[in-house]
Design a protein around this ligand. Structure first.
Ligand SMILES: Nc1ncnc2c1ncn2[C@@H]1O[C@H](COP(=O)(O)OP(=O)(O)OP(=O)(O)O)[C@@H](O)[C@H]1O
Ligand SMILES: [Mg+2]
Length: 490
């Protein structure tokens, strides 16, 4: 029979504190310390189960847990609260003679701090006040991070809308694109995000697999729970097992404390498994069991628990080919590819290059404190023609370096390019993929002029002062050309 009761009831409570202990002395000490502050609503519980029910039912701010009420040092309410109620601050109180147990439990469960009894009242009051402050800061940080992400996305989305002359720039979370290939892929990724199915993302190195995995998580119902990333390449089986499934103290040499493991830490959220092609055959079996049953068995433990995690995996080697060669389990492959998304290499979607170039210029202008206004046409032609074996990551490093060496307030231009890109051949069809229209020279020159003005306007987000400066025109001159060619900021 649940036996919680309210010690105090006033109308102006702003903090709900759950106190869990079977020790009357401890409850009396804590109540005495807290009752001086009318903003505290104190709820006493005598078992972990009761406390769990109260945490689930209330918007509690703090859990004060007596060591006496903790039955199992490795599986207990502090651990559960850490996972299911990350915004509830946690304090542990225990008798001085059990200080070593308190220290181990505090370390394993990440409590704010632990106090040893008997503790002076003013010290308890201070601990509670500080724990609540930390809790409030964590809450604000969470809200602000979320707001920042949304407002950044809004800004970029709006920019995308105002950008377009012929086809605009779009954004899926932090993924920037303008090509139809990426538009199609992002539409599919949004569909995948709306389901609970595992997702397999394939693509060459640097194409944005991790960025896409995060975008899927933040567009799924799991967005308010964590996404954890594990790189599976070059990691031993034991280490990988311990990272994902956890271990108990003493499971292997060096395992000095229990580890929760990412699958349990991400309960309710997403785990991103990078370089999935690299896991050993025996680890593939463990993964398969987890995907089928959600079962988590830490190394060295006989206890099986369950975790509700969506797995997004990535690989830059084709899993289908590895399956054919017998190097990857077919059943695991089918489990992983609830949705199979393949990001095309950058050289197959060159329409993304101007948009990404502008995006990285803005990003790194902010970072290196150097204002660069845009990219000159000669550089863009070269950037669009290059093959990019390192894909978007390679383009990003190139632009970061160019921004660092460009003149303050100027453009990045061909002379800032690295030799690999500057020396790459530009095929005529690739130099802007533009064929002049018209029956005579005048018409062809005009069609070229229209194309150059239009593409500069796109790149400068229709900032006419910037575009005019880049084209060497006055603002009035540019306005005349916009009118003459009927260009519109779609
Ligand atoms: N569409 C994009 N928009 C903006 N930035 C991008 C885009 N694609 C990739 N990037 C950037 O390129 C870099 C590489 O991306 P990411 O790490 O996601 O690639 P990856 O496919 O996981 O690479 P790897 O196979 O090497 O692990 C990152 O800095 C990322 O921010
Ligand atoms: Mg990656």
């Amino acid at each position: 029979m649940a036996s919680f009761f309210f010690v105090k009831k006033v109308s102006m409570h702003t903090h709900t504190i759950v106190v869990l202990s079977t020790d009357d002395g401890l409850v009396a000490e804590v109540s005495k310390a807290l009752e001086a502050d009318p903003s505290y609503r104190i709820i006493i519980c005598q078992s972990e189960r009761e406390a769990e029910l109260r945490l689930n039912a209330l918007e509690a701010h703090l859990l004060i847990c007596g060591l006496d009420a903790v039955e199992d040092l490795s599986e207990n309410i502090l651990q559960k609260a850490r996972i299911f109620h990350p915004l509830v601050a946690r304090l542990l109180i225990g008798p001085a003679e059990r200080a070593p147990d308190c220290a181990v439990l505090a370390r394993n469960t990440g409590v704010y701090l632990y106090a040893l009894r008997p503790a002076p009242i003013d010290l308890l009051q201070l601990f509670v006040k500080r724990a609540l402050e930390v809790n409030e800061l964590a809450r604000r940080h969470r809200v602000l991070s979320r707001e920042l992400k949304i407002s950044m996305d809004d800004d970029l989305f709006n920019e995308g809308e105002s950008l377009s002359v012929s086809g605009g720039v779009s954004q899926f979370e932090k993924l920037v694109y303008a090509s139809p290939l990426m538009a199609e892929l992002c539409a599919e990724a949004k569909q995948a995000a709306g389901t609970e199915l595992p997702v397999l993302i394939q693509g060459e190195t640097g194409t944005g697999k991790e960025l896409l995995a995060r975008a899927i998580h933040y567009n799924s119902a799991r967005m308010n729970s964590p996404i954890h990333v594990q790189n599976c390449g070059g990691v031993s089986d034991d280490m990988l097992h311990s990272e994902l499934f956890g271990h108990i103290r003493g499971a292997f040499t060096g395992a000095i404390s229990d580890r929760l493991g990412l699958f349990r830490a991400a309960d309710g959220g997403t785990v991103f498994l990078d370089e999935i092609s690299e896991v050993s055959p025996s680890f593939q079996v463990s993964l398969l069991r987890f995907l089928q049953e959600g079962e988590v068995k830490p190394l060295g433990s006989d206890t099986i628990s369950h975790s509700d995690v969506r797995v997004v995996a990535a690989s830059n080697r084709s899993l289908a080919e590895l399956v054919e060669k017998g190097e990857f389990r077919r059943d695991l492959y089918y489990r992983l590819k609830g949705f199979e998304l393949t990001i095309p290499p950058l050289r197959s979607r060159r329409e993304d290059i101007p948009a990404l170039t502008q995006f990285f210029i803005e990003k790194y202008s902010g970072v290196v404190g150097r204002r660069v206004v845009g990219v000159a046409q000669d550089a863009l032609i070269k950037l669009e023609a290059y093959q990019y074996p390192g894909n978007v990551r390679e383009l990003e490093s190139e632009i970061r370096r160019m921004v660092a060496v460009a003149e303050q307030g100027g453009y990045i231009s061909a002379r800032h390019l690295s030799s690999a890109i500057a020396d790459a051949p530009v095929a005529p069809a690739e130099a802007g993929a533009f064929t002049p229209q018209g029956g005579n020279l005048k018409e062809m020159v005009e069609s070229l002029e229209r194309e150059l003005v239009a593409s500069t306007l796109v790149r400068t987000h229709w900032n006419q002062s910037k575009a005019a400066a880049e084209l060497g025109l006055s603002r009035v001159g540019l306005a005349n050309k916009i009118k003459r060619y009927g260009l519109q900021n779609a």
